[in-house]
Each structure stands twice: as structure tokens, then as C-alpha cells.
Ligand binder design. Structure first.
Ligand code: GLY
Length: 355
């Protein structure tokens, strides 16, 4: 690979001499700019690995077993996240997700398929429990990459997806408690048996590579609880909630999506890996960039973020890593050693978290 400076100097010299630049061939682009081939060389033997947010601990095992059995990596990880989308007890994803401010569950998801360089996504999708599958259908059956709102639902129905009420009784009760406590002077009474809701955002991101070095990623979420009607987070945005470049690896995130969108976290993590960082180093550097891109109201007086985000990454050769803003979070991984939770690297100790 030639370095960027040499490349620019060479281009400037050639242009000064009157040479008209020509477009690089795909092979030249991959060799000189991307730094690796998108299509693994014949005989490449990698190390299958699936990495996800901690709520994917069952999903990473399912996905890994399928990948080893020959299933396409994207199909395998979508099956992995479907477990969580269909779990009514996970209030951050799919069925049972916490609703928006009007009590309506609106789901976001996106996916990327490395070997074919394709992508799909849906946003603000209502009444369909598995937005990851609808995102894949957008990728498989349309020339588009992102469908949102009523159009996304109309598409899902045309593809044969069935509607259902996604607002579980538990999430409805939590929403009512939040609503009743918004304003002391409104007509909703505050009840003594109210429980505190400890978190308001979740999500599942899952990334995988197979033995041939083919990479894929998917992220699915009900987004920020009590969000404004129509709010999209990072999960349906390629390059933010997840990103795959089959030449390098994949990355995605969970946490407060607004902060990730501004840093293009999925894309940036893969770019850091392209430039030589390990997956864990890349995840940490992406978190630093997010802090750098954070507006003052979301930072304390020492410049520490008033929010949390986790980044997960897998490299084409099967290395993996994850990082979080504040110590304490874990991530799920499955490889030849089996499924397990590991501690995320972190930027700050838990005790430094702003109160
Ligand atoms: N990361 C999920 C969201 O902010 O919607």
C-alpha cells in the first residue's frame, strides 16, 4: 500500500506534468486506497467470530453455530438479534420496546452485507416486531437503502410481514408512570407505587466474520424511550449504528444515538481499524471522537460525557473488541471458545460519571 502523502505527491506531480488523472480500477482502488481486497483471496482461512452488545449473549451463540454450519454471516446474525426482538422482556428492542412520548413503539434497524456491498434499513417502523428482517428485505428486494414510517410499514406488509401490538403491559405501565410525572400540575396523579425506570435506551448490535473473511453487521432498536414522534436514532443510519467494509471488518454501537450520529461511529471505527488499530483501540478512539463532537450541555465541567455509548467491533481476521464511556459494561462474544461476556475497555472510571 502506498501512503497517502506519497499518493497525493505523485498525483500532484503527474497533474503538473499535464497527465489527466484516470479513474482507478476496482483492483487498483482496493490495493492502493482501501489497503486490502474486498473479496478474500482464494484459500483465505479466517477465524469465525461474532461480537454483540451484552443482551446478545444468546444470539451470538446461535449466530456462531449457524456461521460454522455454513449459513451466510448476515442471515446468522439477524437470526441472533431476532431472539431479542421477539423477547417481550427486553424493553430496548422489538416487541416490548419502550414507546415514544405518545405511547407508540417505533422501531429502527439497519444491516450491511460485506461480500455483496449491500445495505438496508428501516426507521420509525410500527407494529412489526422484527425490523432487522424488514431492513434485510429492503436490501434484498429494492434498489433503496432506507425506508421510514408508514412507507416502511406498507413495504413490510407487501413482503408478508404480520402486524402485532408491540406495546406490552409492562412497557405501557412504564410509559404511563413517565407521563404522569412529567408535570406536577397536570391532570395526571402521581402514584406512590411508581417504580424508577433505570434506563431509557438500549439496542442490540451484532457483527460477525466467517472463516472466509466475509463480514456483516446489524443493529436493531426501539430507540430512546419517550422520544418525540418520528425521532430516528443511530441504529438505522449506515455508518453510525453499524457499518461493514468486507476488506476490513465491522462495527456498531448501542447507547445515546444522537452522539454517535455526529461522529459516524460505525464508519469511523472501521476506518481506525483500516489504519492499523486493533478493534478495541478503534472502539476507544471512536469514543474519544464522540466526546470531541459533543455539545457543552451534554458534558460536565471536566469535559466528561453525561451519557453512555458502547462500541463493538470485529476485524476480518476474527479479532474483536469493545469499549464504553464508563467502566462497568460488558459485551457478548462467541468464537471457538464459546459464548461469553467480556468487560468493555473504557474511557472513564465509573466513579467519574457525572451525577
Ligand atoms: N442507539 C439507539 C438509539 O439511540 O436509538
Amino acid at each position: 500500500m502506498i501512503d497517502r502523502r506519497a499518493f497525493l505527491e505523485k498525483s500532484a506531480l503527474l497533474s503538473a506534468l499535464g497527465f489527466v488523472p484516470r479513474a482507478l480500477t476496482l483492483e487498483e482502488y482496493e490495493r492502493d486506497v482501501v489497503g486490502a481486497s474486498v473479496s478474500p483471496a482464494a484459500g483465505f482461512r479466517g477465524r469465525p467470530c461474532v461480537v454483540a452488545s451484552a443482551n446478545g449473549i444468546q444470539g451470538v451463540k446461535l449466530a456462531y453455530d449457524r456461521i460454522v454450519g455454513g449459513t451466510d454471516a448476515l442471515d446468522a446474525i439477524i437470526a441472533g438479534v431476532n431472539l431479542v426482538e421477539l423477547d417481550p422482556d427486553d424493553q430496548s428492542v422489538g416487541l416490548g420496546g419502550l414507546p415514544n412520548e405518545n405511547g407508540v413503539v417505533q422501531l429502527d434497524a439497519s444491516c450491511m452485507h460485506g461480500p455483496t456491498r449491500r445495505a438496508g434499513a428501516v426507521g420509525c417502523l410500527e407494529e412489526i416486531a422484527t425490523p432487522s428482517l424488514v431492513a434485510k428485505a429492503v436490501m434484498d428486494y429494492t434498489t433503496h437503502v432506507l425506508l421510514v414510517g408508514p412507507g416502511a410499514k406498507k413495504f413490510a406488509l407487501a413482503m408478508g410481514f404480520k402486524t402485532q401490538n408491540l406495546l406490552t403491559e409492562r412497557s405501557r405501565q412504564d410509559w404511563l408512570r413517565w407521563k404522569s410525572r412529567l408535570n406536577k400540575n397536570d391532570n395526571w396523579l402521581d402514584h406512590d407505587d411508581d417504580v424508577k425506570i433505570n434506563w431509557t435506551h438500549g439496542t442490540i448490535n451484532m457483527n460477525a466474520v466467517n472463516a472466509s473473511g466475509d463480514v456483516s453487521s446489524v443493529t436493531t432498536t426501539s430507540g430512546l424511550a419517550w422520544k418525540l414522534d418520528g425521532r430516528l436514532g443511530d441504529s438505522p443510519i449506515h455508518g453510525a449504528g453499524q457499518y461493514t467494509d468486507n476488506a476490513i471488518g465491522a462495527a456498531g454501537s448501542t447507547g445515546l444515538g444522537e452522539m454517535n450520529i455526529k461522529a459516524c461511529g460505525g464508519f469511523l471505527t472501521v476506518e481506525f481499524m483500516r489504519n492499523g488499530a486493533t478493534p478495541e483501540q478503534a472502539a476507544l478512539k471512536t469514543l474519544e471522537r464522540m466526546v470531541h463532537m459533543t455539545e457543552a450541555r451534554m458534558l460536565d465541567d471536566k469535559g466528561r460525557p453525561r451519557y453512555d455509548i458502547q462500541v463493538y467491533a470485529v476485524a476480518k481476521d476474527g479479532r474483536y473488541g469493545s469499549a464504553t464511556m464508563y467502566d462497568g459494561a460488558s459485551f457478548a462474544v462467541c468464537d471457538e471458545r464459546g459464548p461469553r461476556l467480556e468487560k468493555c475497555a473504557y474511557l472513564h472510571k465509573a466513579a467519574e460519571r457525572p451525577r
